[in-house]
Structures are given as structure tokens and as C-alpha cells.
Design a protein around this ligand. Structure first.
Ligand SMILES: [Mg+2]
Length: 410
């Protein structure tokens, strides 16, 4: 038996959106997949892997996961950041996939086994007005979701983060912020309008749907600490499961002020990359949920470390799961969700059906719960022939400007 790495391939495909996939094959032909997708900056990670990492991996033992992680992190000298940590994540996922396939087990068994029977997840719902939002929530409940993130258009503002534009009533929710174009789409933003409108939306939703549904909301990094404090306080009567990304996380100490004013649970972290980025947030208990993705946080090895660190402070996981995490990254998150003790919630923004032609997955959604399935490894197969039909197309996330033209956080 040879577990030495024979080949390392970077696969870029675009079934409905751009995905960067790493495929590592051992001399015995065991294949592992990793997700290296960095939305809007995809090719930088592809180059990091292809030009700088792949040559270093040939001939290494695929079973040496921790050693390879430390080698890639420390030997580059230039540490951290989304490009580096997404590249390391892809290698880490692929090696875990290989080792679990060698063991003939689904990955979660190697991570300590199942700590629960299924993975609670939330869907997105949005509406151009409260009536349309109500329709979207009902649709999600009919699909079985117990937790729903709600976003709405704000009167007097154009396109807003998280709101599906131009959707016909009853149409299935399929919001995709990254537009296929050579430039970012510009959206407007007005914090005063947002802060005065949003509490009434939650009031209307609670009045219509009662206290049972778990509700979430994403402020998408747009508020100052005192604005975030006000929003958290104003939303307290509506019992949010979490309020996400209230302030830009470049300054984690900002959350101290928010915490002093509100008991609304806070979730943050999707743009962070390492356990060191989380040090203040976790040690000072400034958040309730770690909103990290396996793909952008150094892979299974490193995200498990972050979740365990968070667990010491009664902080739970809240894995990031938008459609710019590929089905490979999603599968990796689900194995981790099932195995860790301090699981909180998984975001589940289903991929377009066409993505399923390239990525054959074994995870399931039933009665509001996800499960990674029992296939060996991550449980995802990559179809090269299907992938060849979907060439890379540049796509950028939108950007936001205030009424006077000033660039704002998107
Ligand atoms: Mg977010």
C-alpha cells in the first residue's frame, strides 16, 4: 500500500457559480477532494495552490494531516489571510477525505463519531415587502425548515443585501449576490431607514408565525457599535436565534459596547480565518456563535480547533454555508457539525440543481435536519465531464454606497 501523494490537481468549474476544487490522488489511486472557493477572488487561491502548494505535496504521505497543515502554515512565512487559509483548507479537507476513504468510514466517525442524530440548519427567506416575506417563510416551513433567516427590502432603498430581486410570488428562493460581470454591482445603503424599519418586520413576522420558528437576521457588517447596540435592543422582544455580523469584525473590541446593551445573541466570523482572529471574541465572550466556514478557516483541522476553543466559553458553532461554499466544503462542514459537542446551527443555502451535475453528494436534508450520509470520506464525487461544460466566468459581489456616494461596508 502506498499512501504517498501522486498528483495534485486544481479544478475550476462554474455550474451556476465559480468553484475551485482541489483533488489529491495517492499512488494507490485513492482520491480526496477539497474546497478552495473564495467568492470573487477565486483564481488567486487556484494560483496559490497550483503554482506554490501542489509541487510541495508530491511524494508526501497523505495520512500526515497535522504535519502537512503545520508545514503549509509555517513554512510559507506569510501567514493567515483568506487566500492562504482557503488554500490550506482545501489541502486539509482532501487529506481527511483520503484518510476516511482509506478507513472505509464517513469522515465524522474519524472526528469522534456522531454527537447528535441530525444537524439543525437554517434557510434564507426574503421579500420585497412583508407580505412577500411571509410567503417565503411559509414556503420554507413547508420544506421542513425550523429556523429561517429573514431579510427584507427597506422602503426608499433599492437593492439590499440578502433580498432576492424581482422574484415572482411563490417562486423558490434563489438569492445569489455575486453577479457574473467584470464589475461589482452598486447598491445603496441608509442605516437610519434600516434601523427604523427592521423591528416592525420582526414584529409582523412574530404576530403571524408565533413564537415557535427560530428566526435569524444578518446585518452584514454595516453598523457602528452604538447602532448595533440599538438594533440588538430593539429586536429583543422578537427572540432572535442570532443577529449576525452587526459590525465589521476588523475591530473585535467593538462588540464590547454591543454586549453592554443587549441580550440578543450575536454571531460573527465569516470573514475571519484563524483561531488567533477569534481570541478576543471568544475569551471575552463577545459572541454566542462562531460563524466560520471550513473553506476559509484552514480546513477541518483548524476549524475544529476554533470550535473547541469556543466551547470552553459556552460559545457554539454556527457554520457558514452559503452557495459560495462548494458542495465539498458543505460536506466537510456537516461531518464536523455532527461530531463536535458545541454545535449550534448550520447555514444551508441550497446550491442550484446544476451544481449537482458536477458534485455528487451524499448529504441529506430531512425534517429540518441535515446529515452528511454514510459514504466513505466526505461523500462527494467530482464529475470531470460535467465540469467541462461550465467554464469559469468572472463574478463579483456587490458593493454599497451611501446616498452621497460614499463607499460603505457591503
Ligand atoms: Mg453573514
Amino acid at each position: 500500500m502506498s499512501t504517498l501523494i501522486r498528483s495534485v490537481e486544481v479544478l475550476v468549474s462554474s455550474p451556476s457559480r465559480n468553484f475551485v476544487t482541489l483533488r489529491i490522488t495517492t499512488e494507490d489511486g485513492v482520491v480526496g477532494l477539497g474546497d478552495a472557493t473564495l467568492n470573487g477572488r477565486e483564481l488567486s487561491v487556484a494560483s496559490y495552490l497550483e503554482d506554490h502548494v501542489a509541487p510541495l505535496l508530491i511524494g508526501r504521505d497523505a495520512r500526515r494531516i497535522e504535519d502537512t497543515w503545520q508545514f503549509l502554515y509555517r513554512s510559507a512565512y506569510w501567514r493567515r489571510g483568506p487566500v492562504t487559509m482557503s488554500a490550506i483548507a482545501a489541502v486539509d479537507m482532501a487529506l481527511w477525505d483520503i484518510v476516511a476513504r482509506l478507513a472505509g468510514m464517513p469522515l465524522y466517525q474519524l472526528l469522534g463519531g456522531a454527537s447528535r442524530t441530525g444537524i439543525l440548519c437554517y434557510a434564507h427567506a426574503s421579500g420585497s415587502d412583508i407580505e412577500a416575506l411571509g410567503d417565503a417563510i411559509r414556503q420554507r416551513q413547508d420544506e421542513g425548515f425550523r429556523a429561517i433567516r429573514i431579510q427584507t427590502a427597506i422602503p426608499g432603498m433599492g437593492s439590499v443585501y440578502g433580498v432576492q430581486k424581482g422574484a415572482a410570488r411563490g417562486q423558490k428562493y434563489a438569492y445569489e449576490p455575486a453577479k457574473r460581470a467584470g464589475l461589482s454591482v452598486e447598491e445603496g445603503w441608509d442605516t437610519r431607514k434600516y434601523l427604523s424599519f427592521l423591528p416592525g418586520v420582526f414584529e409582523a413576522v412574530r404576530n403571524e408565525f408565533g413564537p415557535d420558528p427560530m428566526l435569524l437576521h444578518d446585518a452584514h457588517h454595516r453598523l457602528t457599535p452604538i447602532q448595533a447596540a440599538r438594533l440588538g435592543k430593539d429586536l429583543e422582544p422578537y427572540d432572535l436565534f442570532w443577529l449576525e455580523d452587526v459590525t465589521p469584525v476588523d475591530n473585535p473590541e467593538a462588540l464590547r459596547l454591543v454586549r453592554q446593551h443587549t441580550t440578543t445573541p450575536l454571531a460573527i466570523g465569516e470573514v475571519l480565518n484563524t483561531v488567533w482572529d477569534y481570541r478576543t471574541l471568544i475569551q471575552e465572550q463577545l459572541i454566542d456563535y462562531v460563524r466560520a466556514s471550513v473553506t476559509h478557516t484552514g480546513g477541518i483541522t483548524h476549524l475544529k480547533r476554533i470550535f473547541e476553543f469556543a466551547g470552553m466559553y459556552q460559545i457554539k458553532s454556527g457554520s457558514h454555508g452559503p452557495t459560495d461554499i462548494s458542495p465539498v466544503g458543505m460536506a466537510a462542514a456537516l461531518h464536523l457539525d455532527l461530531a463536535i459537542h458545541n454545535f449550534g446551527m448550520q447555514e444551508y443555502m441550497e446550491h442550484q440543481p446544476v451544481a449537482g451535475e458536477v458534485f455528487r453528494t451524499s448529504y441529506t436534508f430531512e425534517d429540518g435536519l441535515l446529515h452528511p450520509g454514510e459514504a466513505p470520506g466526505l461523500g462527494v464525487e467530482y464529475d470531470d465531464e460535467a465540469a467541462a461544460r461550465f467554464a469559469y466566468e468572472p463574478a463579483y459581489l456587490p458593493m454599497a454606497r451611501l446616498a452621497d456616494g460614499t463607499v460603505h461596508d457591503w
